[in-house]
Design a protein around this ligand. Structure first.
Ligand code: FAD
Length: 476
């Protein structure tokens, strides 16, 4: 009689350390580790191209960590699992939980099916320090504001280690290639047009693991994280977000690596950022309409602009506002954007251009290697002012003063907007204020080598505030 198999379904947990589904299954039976590329259930939230590029490398590393024993599928997971269960002696299906509304909906259907078939199904927490239902107000309703959420849910854990698991001590893999499985290459995650070469130059997911990235940050970034994290050219942030997004490192591993270090404002701020990630997942779980609907209903009445040409200029980094263009080009070239610049470019789109935050969120979704439904939607709603705990609408970032303050020597802006490299610092963030002769000495004609500003910052700020005033008629 054939031995029983437990399917370990990898999803957003592409690692072998601190992976409870893998750990528990490995103790019980021979395991069949699988990954399913599901482009059917996510609807409009199908993974973007930059994320697919990252996923390819993450899966390649995971396959190698599992000694070649990861099998790949493409399609609807329910149909794929049904076929596997018909064809093999499957005792159980184990996975780690995900919190995107479409995944919860899909997983519920799969659970029901497994129950009907009397197949053991176990799911675990591998993506969050605390799951969304563990932190509630006294009346059992969810928190809407970050600070009380942090205090109630995480203060006790500050400086404390959390439970993590080692790599399973032994594996017994199901040895054969199973029916319907395909090769990683056949998932076609790497785009046919090689636009991603600049991503290769910036990231090395094929060489650098999540743990190496963490150690590099602990040695070279953490000490100056606060205030270094605010300056885009100082590279003091961890750049762990794509690793966290695909689960190549767990938040618990990061949390515990901070344990025992000298307490400092940098350490405290870094922990708080990890909790912002938790809060984003929390909001997504409790308010599943967050990716597409304003959390503050009155924003449904905001008079958004539908000018597609301004949206295109923003996407292309051709707005004529240097710091905005630097950020948008960084995004395109590297698949990431520094957090402060994400806030400034988002504020510019939503407020100065009055374009709906969802347009920006969708563009980020396509371009970011760390595109994450929870953090992306929560952050866009935060910037727009439509979120539960949002930056007030009247806080409109000025990309000129932000550049002067946080890109002190202009290194970041000059890197991504090389047309302006020779412009003196004084004019770098506002070339439209330079005289013809200064511009010509720097080799620039506005409108020819670099666009004239697409909007007057002061006027568009005023117009945005007026539009916001119109919402005052609506109570919520
Ligand atoms: P670090 O500063 O080193 O922080 C460590 C980790 O904490 C990050 O890797 C991330 O997981 C978490 N974190 C930090 N800041 C935030 C935050 N504000 N919200 C939630 N988690 C945070 N982050 C994503 O992971 N995916 C997204 O799709 C995403 N979209 C965003 C869109 C906008 C408009 C804005 C303003 C922010 C967005 N963020 C997103 C949050 C933040 O910008 C990134 O997490 C951060 O820049 C990643 O860089 P890092 O790993 O070096 O961060």
């Amino acid at each position: 009689m054939k031995k029983e198999i437990i399917i370990v379904w990898f999803r957003q947990d592409l690692r072998i350390i601190d992976n409870p589904a893998l750990f528990e299954a490995s103790k019980i039976a021979q395991i069949l580790p699988i990954y399913i590329l599901d482009d059917i259930n996510p609807g409009e939230w199908q993974m973007g191209e930059a994320s697919r590029w990252w996923l390819y490398h993450a899966l390649k590393s995971l396959k190698s960590d599992l000694k070649g024993n990861l099998q790949f599928f493409k399609g609807d997971p329910l149909a794929i699992l049904e076929k596997l269960i018909q064809a093999y002696r499957i005792r159980g299906v184990y996975w780690n939980r995900c919190y995107e509304p479409w995944r919860i909906h899909r997983d519920k259907k799969i659970k029901d099916f497994l129950k009907r078939e009397h197949i053991e199904n176990r799911s675990f927490n591998a993506s969050l320090i605390r799951e969304p239902w563990e932190v509630l107000k006294q009346d059992d309703s969810p928190y809407k504001v970050y600070t009380p959420f942090l205090k109630q849910g995480y203060s006790r854990l500050m400086g404390e280690p959390v439970t993590t698991l080692p790599e399973p001590s032994q594996y017994l893999f199901f040895p054969d290639k199973v029916q319907g499985a395909t090769e990683l290459e056949k998932l076609k995650l790497i785009p046919a047009i090689p636009w991603y070469t600049s991503l290769n130059a910036f990231w090395e997911p094929q060489k650098i693991s999540g743990l190496q990235k963490l150690n590099d940050f602990l040695e070279n970034g953490l000490q100056d994280y606060d205030p270094g994290r605010d300056y885009p050219s100082r590279t003091k942030t961890s750049r762990l977000s794509p690793y966290l997004k695909f689960g190549q490192i767990s938040p618990g591993q990061i949390w515990n690596a901070l344990f025992g270090r000298k307490e400092s404002s940098s350490l405290f701020t870094f922990r708080k950022e990890l909790v912002w990630r938790e809060f984003s997942y929390y909001l997504l779980y409790h308010f599943p309409h967050m990716p597409i609907q304003n959390l503050k209903k009155k924003f449904d009445h905001f008079p958004w602009s539908s000018k597609t040409d301004t949206l295109i200029s923003w996407k292309k980094g051709q707005t004529g506002i240097p710091l905005i263009d630097a950020g948008m080009r960084e995004l395109w070239q590297t698949g990431q954007m520094h957090n402060r610049i994400r806030m400034i470019t988002a504020s510019f789109l939503v407020k100065n251009l009055q374009i709906h935050w969802l347009e920006g969120a969708k563009w980020f979704w396509d371009c970011l290697v760390d595109a994450d439904l929870a953090s992306n939607s929560a952050s866009w709603q935060w910037v727009a002012g439509s979120g539960t705990d949002a930056s007030p609408f009247f806080r409109i970032f000025n990309p000129v003063t932000q550049g002067e303050k946080y890109d002190e020597m202009g290194a970041y802006t000059r890197k991504y907007v090389p047309e302006l490299a020779d412009l003196p610092d004084k004019y770098l963030f506002k070339p439209w204020t330079a005289s013809e002769s200064i511009l010509s000495q720097a080799g620039i004609t506005l409108g020819l080598h670099y666009p004239a500003p697409m909007t007057d910052l002061a006027n568009s700020r005023k117009e945005a505030l007026e539009a916001y005033q119109s919402l005052k008629l609506f109570p919520h």
